[in-house]
Design a protein around this ligand. Structure first.
Ligand SMILES: *Cc1c(COP(=O)(O)O)cnc(C)c1O
Length: 480
C-alpha cells in the first residue's frame, strides 16, 4: 500500500473510518465484559471535548504548558488524597497501568543501586501480579522471582514472599486487586515484611485502586492497601478503568520525593534540547490529561459513589447467579467488581463462542500455577444496565458448553501439545501446528480450539505460539 497519491475529502475519510469499525466489539450496547470502561453518553461527551481541547498541546515540557502541569499536579493530588497519602506523597500521570508499573520498578531498581548499593536488584512478585511487572523485569533486565499464591484464595502469603527474598531484593509487589481473580493481597502483612527487610513495596491498584475506597465507604470488607498501610512505598492506579477517563490515563504515586527521584530520566549529554522525562513517553498529547481532569471534576466524589454503588450491586448479582448455576463455580469470592468462574466438569472455553453468538464478549483466561482456566468478567457502568439480559444468556451458554461436554481437541492431541518443549520450538513448529488446527489461512471461526490448544501447552510454548501469531498478524493490510 502507498500513501494515496492525492488527498481524499474529509467526508470520504469519515465514512471510511466508520466502515473500518463495523467488526469491532459492539461495546455501545454494553455487551463487553472486558476492554471497555464506559461511563455513559454524557461522560463520554465531556471526556471527548476536554481531550480535543488539549489534543495538540505537548506534555513533553511542562514549563511551557502550565495548564498541563496544573492538570497533572491536581490529578495526582486527588489520587493521593483518595489513597490516604499525606503532603509528602508525589506522583506522575502516565499512559496506563503498564507504564506506571514499569516506572515503579525502574525507580525501585535505581533506588536499590543508589541507596543500598545493590549491584543487581531483584523483584519478588506473586504469580497473580499483572504481567506488566514481568514486562518491566524483562525491559529493565532485572531478575524476577514469581511466588505461588494460596490455592483457595488466590492471595499471596507474606511468608511465601519472605522465603523468595534475598539480599538483592529491591522491590516486592502486592495487588489491590489482582486482575485475574479480583482479590486483594494481604497488603498490611506485606507492608510489615517490607519494613522488616528494608525493601520497597509497590501496591498495584491499577484496576482496584480507584473503586475499592468507594466500596469500603459502602460498607464492603476491603483490605487496607493504600498509603495508610505502613511499608507501602508506591501505588499505581488507572483512571482509564474505573475512573472512566479516556484511555491513556494512570498515575504512579510515591510516598516521598526521595523515592520518585529515581524514576526521572535526564540527559544533558547529547547535542539537542535538555531531556527531562519523568515518564517513558517523551512527546505526548495533553488530551489524556485534560480528559482525566475533566471526568474527575464532572462526576465528582458523589458521582463516583453512585457508580460504585451500582457496580457493587451488579457484581453481587452476577456472582450469585454464577453460584446458582450447576457445573460452574467462582474462582474466588469477588472483592471488587471482577468475577472469574470455572468448571471442574467440562471445558469452559466453548462458553466464549456461545456468548459471542448471543452478542456478548467474555474473556477467557488460561490455566497457570494452580489457577484453573476460567472466564473473567469486568463489570462496569455500561454492563450494569444489561445484566438482566446478560444472565439468562450466560446460563444458556454454560448449559450449552456443559451439554456438549466434548473437548474441542482430542485427548491424544492435548497430550502431544503438552509435550512440546519451548527449547525446540521454531517458527516451523508453529506453521505445522496452525496447519494441523486448520488455521493456516488465519483465525478459525471460533476461539475454542485455539484456547484449548494454548491451555494444553506449557506456558513457555504457548507464549511462543502467541508471539508467532502476532508476528504474522501485523503484516500487509487485508481488505475487510
Ligand atoms: C489493567 C491492569 C494493569 C495494566 O494496565 P494497562 O493500562 O493495561 O497498561 C496492571 N495491573 C492491573 C491489576 C490491571 O488490571
Amino acid at each position: 500500500m502507498r500513501i494515496p497519491a492525492t488527498g481524499r475529502s474529509e467526508a470520504e475519510i469519515m465514512a471510511a473510518l466508520e466502515e473500518y469499525g463495523v467488526h469491532d466489539l459492539p461495546w455501545r450496547e454494553g455487551g463487553t465484559f472486558a476492554y471497555v470502561y464506559e461511563g455513559g453518553r454524557d461522560v463520554e461527551a465531556v471526556v471527548k471535548a476536554a481531550y480535543m481541547r488539549y489534543l495538540t498541546e505537548n506534555a513533553l515540557d511542562p514549563t511551557v504548558y502550565p495548564s498541563l502541569l496544573r492538570f497533572e499536579t491536581e490529578i495526582v493530588a486527588m489520587a493521593v488524597d483518595h489513597l490516604r497519602g499525606d503532603a509528602d506523597c508525589v506522583g506522575n500521570f502516565t499512559s496506563g497501568g503498564t507504564e506506571s508499573c514499569i516506572l515503579a520498578v525502574k525507580a525501585a531498581r535505581d533506588h536499590a543501586r543508589a541507596v543500598r548499593g545493590i549491584a543487581e536488584p531483584e523483584i519478588v512478585l506473586p504469580v497473580t501480579a499483572h504481567a506488566c511487572f514481568q514486562k518491566a523485569a524483562h525491559y529493565l533486565d532485572m531478575p524476577m522471582r514469581l511466588v505461588p499464591v494460596d490455592a483457595d484464595t488466590f492471595k499471596v502469603r507474606a511468608e511465601d514472599m519472605a522465603a523468595a527474598m534475598n539480599e538483592s531484593t529491591a522491590l516486592i509487589v502486592g495487588s489491590a486487586c489482582q486482575y485475574a481473580h479480583g482479590v486483594v493481597d494481604p497488603i498490611p502483612e506485606l507492608g510489615a515484611l517490607a519494613l522488616e527487610r528494608q525493601v520497597l513495596l509497590h501496591v498495584d491498584g491499577c484496576i482496584g485502586g480507584f473503586i475499592l475506597p468507594y466500596f469500603r465507604r459502602l460498607g464492603a470488607a476491603v483490605t487496607d492497601f493504600d498509603f495508610a498501610v505502613p511499608g507501602v512505598t508506591s501505588i499505581s492506579m488507572d483512571f482509564h478503568k474505573y475512573g472512566y477517563a479516556a484511555k491513556g490515563a494512570s498515575v504512579v504515586l510515591y510516598r516521598s520525593k526521595e523515592l520518585r527521584r529515581h524514576q526521572i530520566f535526564t540527559a544533558a549529554t547529547w547535542t539537542g534540547y535538555s531531556v527531562i522525562n519523568p515518564t517513558i513517553q517523551s512527546t505526548k498529547s495533553g488530551g489524556p490529561l485534560a480528559a482525566c481532569w475533566a471526568v474527575l471534576n464532572y462526576l465528582g466524589d458523589e458521582g463516583y459513589m453512585r457508580f460504585a454503588e451500582r457496580t457493587l450491586a451488579a457484581t453481587r448479582r452476577i456472582a450469585d447467579a454464577v453460584r446458582a448455576t450447576p457445573g460452574v463455580r467462582l474462582m474466588a469470592e469477588p472483592e471488587s467488581c471482577l468475577v472469574a468462574f470455572t468448571s471442574d466438569e467440562f471445558s469452559i472455553f466453548p462458553i466464549v463462542d456461545a456468548m459471542r453468538r448471543r452478542g456478548w464478549f467474555v474473556q477467557p483466561q488460561l490455566g497457570y500455577m494452580g489457577s484453573r482456566e476460567n472466564i473473567h468478567l469486568s463489570i462496569d457502568q455500561s454492563t450494569i444496565d444489561v445484566v438482566e439480559r446478560f444472565l439468562p444468556d450466560l446460563r444458556a451458554s454454560i448449559e450449552e458448553a456443559r451439554g456438549s461436554n466434548e473437548a474441542a481437541i482430542p485427548a491424544p492431541m492435548k497430550a502431544l501439545l503438552g509435550s512440546l518443549s519451548a527449547d525446540s520450538f521454531t517458527p516451523e513448529t508453529y506453521r505445522q501446528l496452525m496447519a494441523a488446527a486448520g488455521t493456516s489461512e488465519g483465525l478459525p471461526e471460533g476461539t475454542t480450539a485455539i484456547n484449548e490448544m494454548l491451555n494444553a501447552m506449557q506456558p513457555e510454548v504457548a507464549a511462543k505460539v502467541m508471539t508467532e501469531f502476532f508476528n504474522d498478524l501485523y503484516v500487509s493490510p487485508k481488505a475487510a
